[in-house]
Design a protein around this ligand. Structure first.
Ligand code: NI
Length: 137
């Protein structure tokens, strides 16, 4: 019997970005990225869900203490992403398009290092109400 439990923590941040591939023409960028190619940036309210899966610790009854998880997301992700221009403020996106896919992977990599390796980690990131990504898939 699988006794693993998934724990979810939801957070929100807002950030500006511009999707653009400098190797493509203005026309191609406009076709590919639409409004997200707008030259002077624009913002999104990102809904971040962090999913941690593992076995319940018999000592605490927790998979992970949500207070610890919450503080970790606060310090490593929200501090870094909230109210930022992702293209200009975050070195990670200097040469990487800040799509929801890439943002989710960056967030995963940051948190993966900080969360016990015995726990599984998944990032779900909503860029809009209707569009969201999950990493790892
Ligand atoms: Ni956008």
């Amino acid at each position: 019997m699988n006794k693993k439990v998934a724990v979810f923590r939801k957070e929100r941040f807002n950030a500006a970005h511009r999707l653009n591939n400098p190797n493509l023409s203005d026309m191609e960028n406009q076709m590919l990225f639409g409004k997200c190619n707008s030259p002077n940036f624009h913002g999104h309210n990102y809904d971040l869900t962090v999913k941690v899966t593992g076995y319940v610790d018999p000592k605490t009854g927790y998979v992970i203490d949500t207070k610890i998880l919450s503080n970790l997301i606060d310090e490593t992700i929200l501090e870094k992403f909230d109210h930022r221009n992702l293209n200009l403020d975050l070195v990670e996106f200097k040469d990487l398009n800040p799509t929801a896919e890439n943002i989710a992977m960056i967030i995963y990599n940051i948190l993966r290092e900080k969360i016990n390796a015995s726990l599984e980690l998944k990032i779900i990131l909503n860029e809009t109400e209707k569009n969201y990504v999950e990493y790892p898939a």
